[in-house]
Design a protein. Structure first.
Length: 273
């Protein structure tokens, strides 16, 4: 059975624990919410799931109930004994570690290409959500799909389309590796303690290969430079990197601003430099 709000508070009180603000801990304390997340993740028997920031195990239990093989990663050593007591009886493997520095090859194991596939499902704190998602997309191909709960503004940036206010560096980088969409909202009332912001559920599916052929390092350098001065026209923000003829070759307007360019526009520009 998934954890109720009363059970979450009891686990904290009985073990002398309190949520860490430094780690951005807000524990999900609503069975309907965690089951909804597990359902949207589309995991079940035969799937391998890794959860980052398992906390007290609320979402972990819901994932285990689907029949999936679950590995729970938690960095807070104070929570680990409680987490283990809640989820290990369900067959969940618990790993202590920081997701940003974790040896993902060791945690996820090897296997032939196409066979070692994992889903990541996680409630991610604001300060690590974007860098972790981008790092996993770029460096951990074994994770081929994700369902992450993040602050609403972060979720909108991850899945934003060109021309929108949320569109920026993370949007372009995500589009290079995956399809992303916001598939739900989560109110602050389901957390202990309650955050001051609404959360979003973002589903990401890794593409078989990037949809463009330019070198990602060159492409992302252009994107980062331009969005670093997003109010400027590209001919000004990229003056040190792109000559006027390159804009013409790429069929990109030099008076455009970075949020107007799609991934394919950035690709043509990178290949024209």
């Amino acid at each position: 059975m998934t954890l109720t709000r009363r059970q979450v508070r009891e686990l904290l009180d009985e073990n002398g624990l309190s949520p860490s603000r430094a780690l951005g801990q807000n524990f999900v304390a609503d069975p309907n919410t965690v089951r909804r997340i597990a359902r949207l993740a589309g995991v079940g028997p035969g799937d391998r799931v890794v959860e980052v920031g398992a906390g007290l195990g609320s979402l972990t239990v819901a994932l285990a109930e689907t029949g999936a093989e679950v590995t729970a990663v938690e960095v807070d050593r104070h929570l680990l004994p409680v987490l283990r007591s809640v989820v290990e009886p369900l067959g969940v493997r618990v790993v202590e570690g920081d997701a940003m520095t974790l040896d993902w090859g060791r945690v996820l194991g090897g296997g032939a290409a196409g066979e070692n596939r994992w889903a990541l499902v996680a409630n991610l704190p604001y300060n690590v959500a974007t860098p972790l998602v981008l790092e996993l997309l770029a460096r951990v191909p074994a994770i081929d799909r994700m369902l992450v709960m993040v602050q609403r503004e972060v979720g909108e940036r991850l899945a934003a389309a060109p021309g929108s206010k949320a569109y920026g560096i993370p949007s372009v980088k995500v589009a290079y590796w995956a399809d992303a969409e916001v598939v739900g909202r989560v109110p602050p009332t389901v957390f202990v303690p309650q955050p001051r912001v609404e959360s979003a559920l973002v589903r990401l599916r890794r593409l078989p290969e990037p949809p463009v052929d330019s070198d990602p390092q060159r492409l992302f350098r252009l994107v980062e430079t331009a969005f670093g001065q997003r109010r400027k026209m590209l001919r000004r923000s990229l003056a040190s990197l792109v000559d006027p003829a390159a804009f013409e070759r790429a069929r990109v307007r030099p008076d455009a601003r970075p949020e107007e360019l799609s991934l394919r526009d950035w690709d043509r520009l990178a290949n024209s430099v």
